[in-house]
Design a protein around this ligand. Sequence first.
Ligand code: IPM
Ligand code: MG
Length: 361
Amino acid sequence: MATYRIAVLPGDGIGQEVIPQAVKVLHIVAREAGVGIEFEQALVGGVAIDAEGTPCPEATLALCRISDAILFGAVGGPKWDALPPDGRPERGLLTLRKALDLYANLRPAKLYPVLVEASPLKRSVVEGADLLVVRELTGGLYFGEPRGIEEVDGGRRGYNTMSYTSAEIERVARLAFGLARQRRRRLTSVDKANVLVVSQLWRQVVTEVARDFPDVELEHLLVDACAMALIAEPRRFDTIVTENTFGDILSDEAAILAGSMGMLPSASLGGRTALYEPVHGSAPDIAGQGIANPLAAILSAAMLLRHSLELPKEADRVEEAVRRALEAGFRTRDIHQPGTRLVGTAQMGDIVVRELEALYG
Ligand code: IPM
Ligand code: MG
């Protein structure tokens, strides 16, 4: 029996509530599919700062390096908001991304038909939306040098650098073309090439990579136009590839298409060990109340099964169990509509588990 090791990093806020639901689901998969999965917990983010004085302790990084995959919750919260950028909980996540070379962040935004009414967009606009944002994750403004705040005449100057090498652009572009090929064969590359020279390089390299993927239709779109089109005509998009900061912003916007941020999973790929994380963040406003939507975490576990454990059938089953839980009318507060049944975090986890067990028969 194959045995996998999964590093479990719930982190802060609702990460502590949703990750146990995803683990519960993976336990069922392990049992039913006869796969050995060992779970090992570690600290990251604010809870790691409190316990160890750093957002990404050595032990956490070491565990991640020897694991087959990482299941990550969320980081951050008001308690740590006054800390300088390099000491904040968010730095824990950024350190993992960089140290593990997780350069490609996959954020699929798909609207489940039963959630059409949960989206703030009109049915006629949003129905059928199904897109994948591939966000570059280890370059651009997030990591570019130089950066800092310096004293200048009459005040201070703060600066970051948006920098990309052609190699960094090429590898994420290749990955995105490959993913588009498995979908509807349309790739939109998003940049700001009318203003930024770094975007001009981005556009050149993506165009060069396109030669190796003649079966995928490539379009270039400026980031401001993309922000508008995502809301105005979301169905026009299949796969989107873009740099780090643009991808951060556009993928939150894309979350609206799925009805709620609480529905959006993600996978960060690149190095040997990939990281899976719900996109929603720590949500301090609802943390500790047991009302958070665990489906993004559970769908992240499905991505883990597909991409790291190479168990596509089990991934399909988990996604199907989520669909059935929604079709049976169960909703957490973020997607609750009149006529549906309001449930809490753990209850929703139990319902998915029940549906999954039924699928295994
Ligand atoms: C995300 C988050 C992170 C980011 C934060 C928590 C550092 O917003 O994953 O989108 O900016 O990348
Ligand atoms: Mg973000």
